[in-house]
Unconditional design. Structure first.
Length: 81
């Protein structure tokens, strides 16, 4: 059922995001990602990056450290809260 739903959503709801980063994900989400990711379309899977760490080197490389808050390994010190 999950595979059918995933294929249906991928076929009828085109993606609009270039890249999605999930940083500091809880352990259960990382485990769930390992289960779900094999059934995703390779293009969809390539657009998602899941990191259980607070520092995501892939995010820093993608947008630059000046745009990543300091608490996530970047150099941006703006208060976004």
């Amino acid at each position: 059922l999950a595979v059918s739903v995933t294929k249906l959503c991928q076929a009828h709801y085109p993606e609009r995001a270039d890249k999605v980063f999930i940083v500091n994900s809880p352990m259960f989400f990382s485990a769930l990602w390992k289960i779900i990711s094999p059934i995703l379309d390779p293009r969809t899977k390539a657009k998602l990056s899941v990191s259980s760490s607070k520092v995501c080197e892939e995010l820093i490389a993608y947008i630059g450290s000046e745009s990543v808050p300091k608490q996530y390994g970047g150099t941006d010190v703006c208060d976004t809260g």
